[in-house]
Design a protein around this ligand. Structure first.
Ligand SMILES: Cc1cc2nc3c(=O)[nH]c(=O)nc-3n(C[C@H](O)[C@H](O)[C@H](O)COP(=O)(O)OP(=O)(O)OC[C@H]3O[C@@H](n4cnc5c(N)ncnc54)[C@H](O)[C@@H]3O)c2cc1C
Length: 304
């Protein structure tokens, strides 16, 4: 008998005795076995991948960003009779966030990083266009947009992180990287008057305008004092810890290209006491900063 048949028999047996064990509990038990783990990871453990292909149970993935959609694709490829539903409200949820650094430096357009969610839904995977507004783990269900109840056997939460600008005094609002519901953030001033963020799409686009404005100011600048360009790294988890430094390097390159680097001082303010957690990388970055004439001050968090 193949491993595939053994798994099928186990689940069929479980289905006959709901008073002893639900399918959800059985799937939970199986998920600690190497065979089922190989299904979840989409990897090969000896002959296990083929063996685990016929898995029962409804899988709900909350959040269809890069993590949610890629997990849906892997499970869909690994399970022959997959019943997978992704719940995602944002039509641009799979847009390519790492490219926002390049948009901020004017190397790419916003349209280069925008991708439509619906075109990346794996074949056979269902999509609910909405937000989960309540979780009810005791009853294996979630509520979408306050009204639609969705049941599951296994749930995967892939809701990413929200950008919480309101933690900085004077700014307001929380948004996703694709910029959904960003009115409060924009109204509070990000994206104009020299204040920029590359962590959401519109903000990245506005950042390049900010760099162009800085170059224009530097060209007109006459006094001995330099213009100040300040880059910060907050004391919260962020998407891509490298991005604050990357946009600093790219701003530097734009200033050099425009022939005005000597008119602007670039300073980096990380919240921590070093440039990077690994000593060798820290040392290499400090050397790069010195070569480029950057300044820096450790242990500073932008609070207002
Ligand atoms: C400027 C920048 C540079 C980066 N550079 C790199 C890099 O160089 N290398 C790298 O590996 N990574 C990089 N990243 C990070 C990487 O892009 C993200 O970690 C990744 O996109 C996160 O994917 P995710 O699916 O977890 O989250 P998200 O893309 O945020 O997706 C989460 C989804 O969940 C949805 N959601 C939220 N709440 C709910 C709800 N209640 N119900 C239903 N859906 C919900 C949201 O609408 C969203 O679409 C960068 C990010 C940025 C911003």
């Amino acid at each position: 008998m193949s491993k595939n048949q053994i798994l099928e028999e186990i689940l069929n047996e479980v289905d006959k005795h709901p008073e002893i064990m639900s399918r959800r509990d059985a799937l939970k038990f199986m998920s600690v076995s190497p065979v089922a783990a190989s299904v979840m990871a989409g990897t090969t453990v000896g002959a296990a991948t083929a063996a685990a292909a016929d898995v029962k149970g409804k899988i709900v993935i909350v959040g269809g960003g890069l993590a949610g959609m890629s997990t849906a694709a892997r499970l869909n490829n690994s399970i022959s009779n997959a019943d997978i539903t992704v719940i995602e409200p944002d039509p641009m949820s799979v847009s390519y966030q790492p490219g926002q650094t390049l948009v901020g430096a004017g190397l790419w357009d916003k349209s280069d990083i925008q991708y439509n969610r619906d075109e990346f839904l794996p074949s056979g995977v269902k999509l609910i266009k909405g937000s989960v507004t309540a979780f009810d783990p005791d009853n294996n269900s979630v509520t979408v947009d306050g009204s639609q109840e969705v049941k599951y056997d296994q749930m995967i939460i892939a809701t990413g992180v929200m950008l919480n600008y309101a933690q900085i005094k004077g700014l307001e609002g929380e948004i996703t990287s694709s910029g959904k519901d960003n009115a409060a953030v924009k109204n509070s001033g990000i994206g104009k008057d020299g204040l920029h963020s590359i962590y959401f799409q519109d903000g990245a686009e506005a950042t390049y305008k900010g760099i162009e404005e800085l170059i224009a100011k530097a060209k007109a600048h006459k006094g001995p004092e330099k213009l100040q360009a300040v880059f910060t790294h907050p004391n919260t988890p962020i998407k891509c810890g490298g991005a604050p430094k990357k946009i600093m390097y790219l701003t530097n390159a734009r200033l050099v290209e425009a022939g005005v680097r000597d008119k602007v001082e670039l300073t980096f303010y990380p919240n921590g006491g070093g440039m990077f957690g690994i000593k060798d990388y820290h040392t290499a970055i400090v050397e790069q900063f010195k070569t480029r004439g950057f300044k820096w001050h450790y242990n500073i968090t932008l609070s207002k």
